[in-house]
Structure formats: C-alpha cells, structure tokens
Design a protein around this ligand. Structure first.
Ligand SMILES: [Zn+2]
Ligand SMILES: [Zn+2]
Length: 351
C-alpha cells in the first residue's frame, strides 16, 4: 500500500509498505479521507525521528515515521478481542489513543493515557491501524460527511474543548486568539454552545473572513490594531473566556490580558519546542483568573458525542476544507500547509 513516511526532518516520501495486520484489540481501516494538521508540522519539522522513536515506542519504522493522525475510513480487518466493530463499518478514532483502563483514561481523559496510549500515527496511507479500537473508535452514520468526521477526530474536539473547558455558557463573551483551523473550531464551538459576543483575532484577513462565517461577531486584525485594547473597549473590562489557539507567547499573553476579573484563559495551542511561557503578573491580568490547558479530548465516548452533534446539531464546518488533493500529493500538501498560502485551512486528501 501507499504510505506517507517522514524520512528526515522536513521531508516526507510516499512509500510502498505492507498493508498492516491487526493485532489483539486492533482494527485496520481502509482510509477514505485524511488530512494534514498543525501537529503534523511539529512532528515533521521540529522533532527528529530518533526522538519520536523514544517518545512513541514502536511507532517509527526502519524507513521513518508513518505520518498522519486525522482520518476516516471503513473497517478492513478486525483483530482478536475487538467487540464493537465489524468489517465494512465506517469509523473514526480520536487522534490520541488511550488504553481505556489506566487512571488517566478513567479519571481524566484518554488523551492523557499512561497505559500505552499514544498519537494515532500512520493515517496518511491507504490503510492504517487503530490500537485499543473499542476504547477509541466510533461508527459514523451516513449522514455525517467524511470532512465532518475527520474534524471530530482532532481539531473539532480540541477547539470545542477549549470552549467547554473554559467554562463558557449561554451568553458568555469569548475572544479567540488565532483563527487557524483550531481557533476557527473554537469560534464555531462558542457559537454552537450559545455564547454571546464572540471575537476572532488573527493577522490574516482571509482567516478573519472565515471566522465571521463560523460565528464571530467581531474580528480584529492584530497587525492593524491592538487586540487587547479593542477587546477592553468592546467589553468594558474583558471577556469571560479568552482562548489561545496557536501556541505562541504573544497570543498566550494577549489572552491573559483580555480576560475579565474571574474569567478563564483556555489554552489549546501546541507550543512545540517553545520551552517556557510567561504570564504578566501586573494587575489586572493576573489576579483571580483561571488558566486551563487542554490537549485534545479523546476516546470513544468523546467521539460519540461529537458525531451526534454533527448528525443533529445543524453545524456546517465543511468550509474549513479549502483544498482537495490525492494521497500521492502529500509532499505538496505539507508544503502548502507549512507556507499557509492560497488561503489554506484544511486539505481533503483522498486515496
Ligand atoms: Zn491533528
Ligand atoms: Zn489509558
């Protein structure tokens, strides 16, 4: 089968490798659509394969790292002990796999698994393996599109999770710093939940246009004006929830300054190799605020809730997919995603 493999930092190659066989508790899925994500860029450009082999035992092949963790497809083969799935069923898995039985899976979230969980590598291929399938996978009804299903596997869960974990409620004021794919999902999540004033902040005008489509009432181009000053003027003292959705010191700091007394800073950006974040301690940005960080809420139960929301919740998140490509074009897809040109947000990649 064809698979996208990272051979060295910054470089992927399409390779012919054997179709995987499912081990105990695993299913093998025939991919119908996959995509590139900001996290893929961190794995591709920042972390050497040797380091990833240490962090994710068993995931790096001799030829390199099988790329991709966001995909949808149909079950091709079912391993011993899997109870919930049969061949031919359309499924998604959360992009972070949990064992389902450790303390973190049971009490915290599958994304924090300490019992063998990991990133679901290898989805940018004709076939991929889902470990702990019963604990992380859900069926997808025909009425939910491939595009929507893929979003549930990662960035919808992350972006909507930023709003949920930020304790936003009906009527809350929310500012979202950065309107890339995850930030736009936070904007859509805030609107879906019934928040009041939603403010989208970015430095790219085309992304701010999409932000309005996804529910922002006000957009601010941080290149043209100071976002915090404008948010303070609009809200008379800050927003209830300020979301950081890209992973930089500047946006994190802006979020801490834009949140009202007693409000929540909700951080879902991936800081990659950024070794440390700082928060201003001068009032009013520090005193009596809550800071919450979220990775990507994961596991079968989370997937079921998101799929139900996509099935019945009257959401249209498909405008996030700005480009279509074929699996053979993964190198081009990564270049486009890295360069952020041509208005790219998400790329629908089919076999
Ligand atoms: Zn992702
Ligand atoms: Zn676990």
């Amino acid at each position: 089968m064809k698979a996208c493999i990272k051979t060295e930092n910054g470089k992927v190659e399409m390779m012919d490798i054997p179709i995987p066989e499912p081990g105990s508790g695993e299913i093998v899925v025939k991919m119908s659509m996959c995509t590139v994500c900001g996290s893929d860029m961190h794995f591709l450009d920042e972390f050497a394969n040797e380091m990833l082999a240490f962090a994710f035992p068993g995931c790096v092949r001799p030829e390199g790292l099988p790329m991709g963790h966001e995909a949808v497809g149909t079950v091709h083969a079912v391993g011993e002990g899997v109870k919930k799935f049969a061949e031919g069923e359309r499924v998604i898995s959360s992009c972070l796999i949990g064992c389902g039985v450790c303390h973190e899976c049971v009490s915290v979230d599958h994304s924090q698994c300490s019992g063998g969980g990991r990133v679901l590598f290898g989805c940018q291929a004709e076939y991929y393996t889902i470990p702990f399938a019963d604990q992380n996978t859900t069926k997808v009804p025909d009425s939910v599109s491939d595009e929507h299903a893929i979003l549930a596997s990662d960035i919808m869960s992350t972006g909507f999770g930023a709003i949920e974990r930020g304790e936003a409620r009906l009527g809350s004021s929310v500012a979202i710093f950065a309107q890339g794919p995850v930030g736009l999902m936070a904007t859509a999540g805030a609107r879906a939940l019934g928040c009041g004033l939603i403010i989208g902040v970015d430095t790219m005008d085309d992304r701010l246009e999409v932000s309005k489509k996804f529910g922002a009432n006000v957009t601010i181009n941080a290149k043209d004006e100071d976002a915090v000053t404008k948010i303070m003027a609009l809200t008379g003292g800050g927003v209830d929830v300020a979301v950081e959705a890209v992973g930089t010191q500047a946006t994190f700091e802006a979020a801490t300054r834009a949140v009202r007394r007693g409000g929540v800073v909700s951080s879902v950006g991936v800081y990659g190799l950024t070794p440390q974040l700082s928060m201003p301690t001068m009032a009013p940005s520090f005193l009596h605020r809550k800071v919450v960080t979220t990775l990507c809420p994961s596991g079968a139960d989370r997937m079921e809730y998101l799929v139900r929301l996509l099935e019945y919740g009257d959401l249209n998140l498909e405008p996030l997919f700005t480009h279509k490509m074929k699996l053979d074009e993964m190198g081009k897809a990564y270049d486009l995603f890295r360069d952020k040109t041509d208005g790219v947000l998400k790329i629908a990649i089919t076999p």
